[in-house]
Design a protein around this ligand. Sequence first.
Ligand code: DX5
Ligand code: ZN
Length: 218
Amino acid sequence: MKKQLRISPSILTSDFTRLGETIDMLNSSQCDYIHLDVMDGVFVPNISFGFPVIRNIAKRAAKPLDIHLMIVDPDRYIPTLRDSSPEYVTVHYEACTHLHRSLQNIRANGMKAGVVLNPHTPVSSLEYIAEYCDMIVLMSVNPGFGGQSFIESTYRKVAETRELLLRTGSKALIEIDGGVNLTNAGALRDAGADVIVTGNALFASDDPKGTVELFKSL
Ligand code: DX5
Ligand code: ZN
């Protein structure tokens, strides 16, 4: 029996003038989470959206929120994020001087905590933090933009992460973020991924809701 992937659509490449309709569509779809890419223009060379948008989405969303913080010093905003009751808040390994404390901070605010690795950051970085994580996110593109091409070395990285979680006893989910589509998602699941983020593959299609179902049927 093949493990069914959990799907976390990223709204970054959706039409922001129709965000309410997009959230309604995702609410009625088979997706498992809604992925919000928060970018500060410093950690990544792009700026996406902030709390006014997050709060409005949180009010309308009927799916758990999976908030990906691509910002420097994310600890500043953990208490504020709590108001939007996200299920997951993930922070970049590369952006946190005291990552263990950041994860404790997220959990202490009642949210599940995750670490995100950029494509160049080795899985071994997780050795002493994996057991404190509820999610590990592997970036399969360089963060900052939707619609980029998938980095092929991610398959190997997924398998390595799965091994590390088994060895450390971590119960974290493995999420893959960036350039995921219907042709690579199955192999990512088989390599050990639990959750895939998908933006462009969904919102560039004629039927985003139907595309979620195709991902779930892989
Ligand atoms: C990139 C973001 C991703 C991206 C995924 O920095 O973290 O979540 O929006 O979108 P696609 O699937 O279009 O690569
Ligand atoms: Zn993301």
